[in-house]
Ligand binder design. Structure first.
Ligand code: HEM
Length: 451
C-alpha cells in the first residue's frame, strides 16, 4: 500500500515539475514579448535575466524539459574547458558537488597567479595539500572564536553604525562591508592600509577568481596589480610580527604559533597565501549576501514584518530563518561550477541521464536545486520553518564555505539593528535599489528609517 502511495506521490510531484515549467515558459515568453513591444530589446532582456525571479523561471523550465542541458560550446574563458552543462535538479546538483574525482575545482591557475606561486585550498582537489592547509587553518580559526571573538564585535559595531546613521544609510559602504572588514582587522590581524583599500582588493580579487568568466584582459591587469600589493602588505605584516611579537588572539599569531610548532605548510609564504585566500572570501561575500537578503525582505512586506518583529524581540533564531529563506530566493551565487575530469554521466539510470565529456564545465545550479519540488516542499512559498539542509547558499560537499559558521552569525548581526527600526524602508527612487555600478557586487543601496 505504501509503495502505491509513494508511486502516486512521485507522479504528482513530476506533474508539478512539468506544470511549473510550462507556466514559467509562458511567463518568460511574456517577458520576451514585452521587451520586443517596448523596444528595449537585448538590454531589457538582459536586465530581466539578471533578476533572480527570472532566473528561477528559466531554471524551472530546464528542470522540467531538460534537467541536464549540454551545450556543445564553451562559455567560460577564464578556465580551460571544452563544453557546458547546466545541471538543475536537486539530486544531480548535490551529486556533482559530491563527486570530486569526476568534477574538479578549476580555480587553481588563477589562485596561483594571485599568490605568484602556490595554490590555495579552494583551488585544490582532495589530497595531502588540501588536508594540510585546511587542517592547519581549522586549528588557527577555531569554531569557538565565532561566539567568543567575532560575534560580539560584529554586533557592537553594527549597532553603533546604525545608531549613528541618523536614519539614512548606504548599506554596502557604511555597514555591510565595514563589519566583515573589521573582522579581518581584529580577528585576522590584517586590516590593510585602510578599510577602503582592503575592501577594494578583496572585491576585485574575488571577482577575478569567480566571476570574471569572460577573462577580460584589462581586468586581469588590475587584479595582478592589486594582488601584488596585497601580497606585499601581508608579507610586511608577517615580517613585523616576527620582529615585534604581540599576544593578540588573531589569525596571524595563531599561524605563527603553528609555524613555531613545526606544522607543515605554515612557513611564511604558506601563512600569507592562506590568509590571502580567506580574506578574499570573507569581505565582499558577506556584504553582498547581507544586501541581497535585505533586498528580498523589502520586496516581501509580510516577511519583512516578521523579520522586524523577530529582530525587535531578540528572537535571533527566527530572524536568521527569515534571512536564510530570503537568500534562498536571492542567493549570493546561483551556481557553483566544476570541470569534468573524465567522461561520465549525471542523473545515472534516470530518464534525464546526460553524458558528460572530459573537459565540460558543469554548472550545478544551486538556485534551481533549492526550488526543485521533487526535493523541497512548496518551494515557491516563503517559509521560515525549513530545515537548515534546505539552504545551499554557500556551496556543498568538500569545498563548502570555510566561513560558514561566521556567515551564520555575522549576516544577521549586520541586518538586525536595521530590522529593529520600525520604519525601515528603501530610499526613494533608484537610490533605494541595489546599484552594482557595473560590477558583480552591490556598491550602493540606500535605506531610510525614522529616528
Ligand atoms: C555570505 C558569505 C559567503 C558566501 C556566500 C560564500 C560562498 C562560498 C561558496 C559558494 C563556496 C564554495 C565554492 C566552490 O565550491 O566552488 C565557498 C568556499 C569557501 N569560502 Fe566562502 N562564502 C562566504 C563567506 C566566507 C567567509 C567569511 C570566509 C572566510 C572566513 C570564506 C572562505 C571560504 C573558503 C576558504 C572556501 C573554500 C573552502 C574549501 O575549499 O574547503 N567564505 N564560499
Amino acid at each position: 500500500m505504501s509503495a502505491i502511495l509513494a508511486a502516486l506521490t512521485t507522479v504528482w510531484r513530476v506533474l508539478q515539475v512539468w506544470a511549473e515549467g510550462l507556466w514559467s515558459l509562458v511567463s518568460l515568453l511574456g517577458i520576451g514579448l514585452r521587451a520586443l513591444v517596448t523596444g528595449g530589446g537585448a538590454a531589457s532582456l538582459a536586465a530581466a535575466f539578471a533578476a533572480p525571479a527570472t532566473q528561477r523561471k528559466a531554471l524551472s523550465v530546464l528542470r522540467a524539459v531538460w534537467p541536464n542541458l549540454r551545450l556543445g560550446r564553451s562559455f567560460v574563458k577564464a578556465y580551460d574547458n571544452s563544453g557546458t552543462i547546466i545541471v538543475t535538479r536537486h539530486n544531480d546538483c548535490l551529486d556533482v558537488l559530491n563527486r570530486d574525482a569526476d568534477f574538479e575545482v578549476v580555480y587553481g591557475p588563477r589562485m596561483q597567479k594571485l599568490t605568484e606561486g602556490r595554490n590555495f585550498f579552494l583551488g585544490m582537489q582532495p589530497g595531502w595539500d588540501y588536508t594540510r592547509d585546511t587542517s592547519a587553518m581549522r586549528l588557527a580559526m577555531r569554531t569557538t572564536d565565532v561566539a567568543d571573538l567575532i560575534l560580539p564585535r560584529a554586533q557592537a559595531l553594527a549597532d553603533d553604525i546604525v545608531a549613528r546613521s541618523g536614519g539614512r544609510i548606504d548599506l554596502p559602504p557604511q555597514l555591510a562591508l565595514q563589519v566583515p572588514w573589521d573582522m579581518t582587522r581584529h580577528y585576522f590581524g590584517t586590516p590593510g592600509p585602510d578599510a577602503a583599500t582592503m575592501q577594494d582588493w578583496t572585491t576585485t580579487l574575488f571577482w577575478y577568481l569567480f566571476e570574471d568568466l569572460g577573462a577580460d584582459p584589462e581586468f586581469d591587469a588590475k587584479a595582478m596589480h592589486q594582488a601584488a600589493q596585497f601580497r606585499a602588505y601581508l608579507d610586511g605584516v608577517i615580517a613585523e610580527r616576527h620582529a615585534a611579537p604581540t599576544d593578540a588572539p588573531d589569525l596571524v599569531n595563531r599561524c605563527l604559533a603553528l609555524q613555531a610548532a613545526g606544522t607543515p605548510g605554515m612557513d611564511d609564504t604558506g601563512i600569507r597565501n592562506n590568509i590571502l585566500g580567506l580574506q578574499i572570501g570573507a569581505i565582499p561575500t558577506i556584504s553582498k549576501a547581507a544586501c541581497l537578503a535585505l533586498d528580498e525582505l523589502l520586496n516581501r512586506p509580510d516577511a519583512l514584518r516578521g523579520a522586524m518583529q523577530a529582530a525587535r524581540s531578540d528572537d535571533d533564531a527566527r530572524l536568521a530563518q527569515y534571512i536564510w529563506e530570503a537568500l534562498r530566493f536571492n542567493p549570493h551565487n546561483p551556481v557553483v561550477y566544476r570541470r569534468a575530469t573524465r567522461d561520465t554521466v549525471v542523473g545515472r539510470s534516470t530518464l534525464r541521464q546526460q553524458t558528460v565529456r572530459q573537459g565540460d564545465m558543469v554548472f550545478a545550479a544551486t538556485l534551481s536545486a533549492m526550488f526543485d519540488p521533487l526535493a523541497i516542499p512548496h518551494p515557491g512559498r516563503f517559509c521560515i520553518d525549513r530545515p537548515w539542509e534546505t539552504y545551499i547558499i554557500w556551496g556543498y560537499g568538500m569545498h563548502t564555505c570555510f566561513g560558514a559558521a561566521i556567515n551564520r552569525v555575522v549576516i544577521p548581526a549586520i541586518l538586525k539593528p536595521l530590522l529593529r527600526q520600525k520604519t525601515l524602508r528603501r530610499a526613494p527612487g533608484a537610490a533605494g535599489q541595489i546599484d552594482t555600478g557595473g560590477t558583480p557586487h552591490p556598491q550602493h543601496f540606500h535605506l531610510e528609517f525614522d529616528t
